[in-house]
Design a protein around this ligand. Structure first.
Ligand SMILES: Cc1cc2nc3c(=O)[nH]c(=O)nc-3n(C[C@H](O)[C@H](O)[C@H](O)COP(=O)(O)O)c2cc1C
Length: 361
């Protein structure tokens, strides 16, 4: 199986092409420190060729939901160091996903501080989990020019901290309507300075963040996750193909380890400008190692690799519920069923570290 063949991306030799997709599990404590079980959770999944960590808040300001882990205090760094050590001891590789939620956040989750965003435009007709129940989104505070520079600095510091914590690289979370995606989209970015207006200007934030990350982590240690056909969190563009064509052409000029691209997770039939399958729409623009994601199975993932349409495939839900997913794929064994009730939150093993391995079944 091609999925189980080794590959080198960036400077990383991976033992197979199965990537654990980034997954927030909302199990950190109230100050963004990991609970001890998190080390075991990632270690159990170290047979993945590459683990991409849950989205990790780059700063306090970046937090959107309760119980999100952080990478901006020494204690948080020490917690992650235990995870990366355990994954490395088990022969795995792990990259930190750097996360800033921007307007996809609530002040109740930020000690009363209002969310920040490219523009003071709220997400409409969606709700956010606040820890005190569900609520509509608030109108965020527009970042000043100095505020944008401060966020760039926060990304830079988070990358420094990620390396100190022993991560093998970093991934910019630029998907699913979070801050970098908010800069890119005309529905969330109405700025009139050099970060708004034209596609070139709206792409500037993402490109500047990546340049910061590359300066810190080095060439080929930085990846990016994109969701070109996701309209979640109030993302809407007249011409998303033009937006992502420009962005991908610019990304090609940077020494990135990989591009991680998501298929739409919600129907886009009502919006014909959004490609239903992002691989035929954008794959030809990507000359870096390509990780494809969302909804892939053993069969469909293998087919994509066999047809050379991607080099790696990331699996979210399947890795969550099957710690030994590569072995199960090798044997074409039955898979554990995902328990949706324990995806987010909780402080014990249930739905976190108690999914059985094959030999336990
Ligand atoms: C519980 C859960 C948490 C997630 N958290 C994140 C996250 O922190 N960052 C991210 O980029 N995607 C996140 N995702 C999306 C996954 O990375 C992935 O894109 C999605 O699950 C589709 O892949 P799949 O069909 O293989 O599960 C999350 C998904 C799940 C199920």
């Amino acid at each position: 199986m091609k999925l189980l063949e080794p590959i080198t991306i960036g400077g990383l030799s991976l033992k197979n092409r199965m990537v654990m997709a980034p997954m927030t599990r909302s199990r950190a404590d109230a100050t963004g420190n990991l609970i001890p079980l998190t080390t075991l959770y990632y270690q159990q999944r170290a047979t993945a060729g590459l683990i991409i960590s849950e989205g990790i808040a780059i700063s306090k300001e970046a937090i959107g939901m309760p119980f999100i882990s952080g990478l901006y205090t020494q204690e948080q760094i020490a917690g992650w160091k235990k995870v990366t050590d355990a994954v490395h001891q088990s022969g795995g590789k792990i990259i930190a996903q750097l996360w800033h939620t921007g307007r996809a956040a609530h002040s109740a989750n930020k000690d009363g501080e209002m969310p920040v965003a490219p523009s003071a435009v709220a997400i409409e007709n969606q709700e956010v989990y606040t820890g005190f129940g569900r609520s509509g989104f608030e109108t965020p505070r527009e970042l000043t020019h100095a505020g944008i520079k401060a966020v760039l600095q926060d990304y830079r510091q988070a990358a420094i901290n990620a390396l100190e914590a022993g991560f093998d690289g970093v991934e910019l979370h630029a998907a699913f309507g979070y801050l970098p995606n908010q800069f890119l989209s005309e529905s969330s970015n109405t700025r009139t300075d050099e970060y708004g207006g034209s596609i070139e200007n709206r792409s500037r934030f993402i490109l500047e963040v990546l340049k910061q990350l590359i300066t810190v982590a080095g060439a080929d240690k930085v990846g990016i996750k994109l969701s070109p056909s996701s309209i979640y969190h109030g993302i809407m563009d007249q011409d998303p193909v033009a937006v992502y064509t420009y962005l991908l052409e610019e990304l090609d000029k940077l020494p990135l380890a990989y591009i991680h691209i998501m298929q739409p997770m919600f129907p886009v039939d009502e919006f014909p400008q959004y490609p239903k399958d992002v691989i035929p729409a954008f794959g030809h623009l990507i000359r870096k190692p390509l990780i494809i994601n969302a909804g892939y199975t053993r069969a469909t993932a293998e087919e994509m690799l066999q047809e050379d349409k991607a080099q790696l495939v990331s699996f979210g839900a399947l890795f969550l519920s099957n710690p030994d997913l590569p072995e199960r794929f090798r044997l074409n064994a039955a898979l554990n069923v995902l328990d949706r009730d324990t995806m987010y939150g909780g402080g014990d093993a249930k739905g976190y570290t108690d999914y059985p391995f094959l030999e336990q079944q």
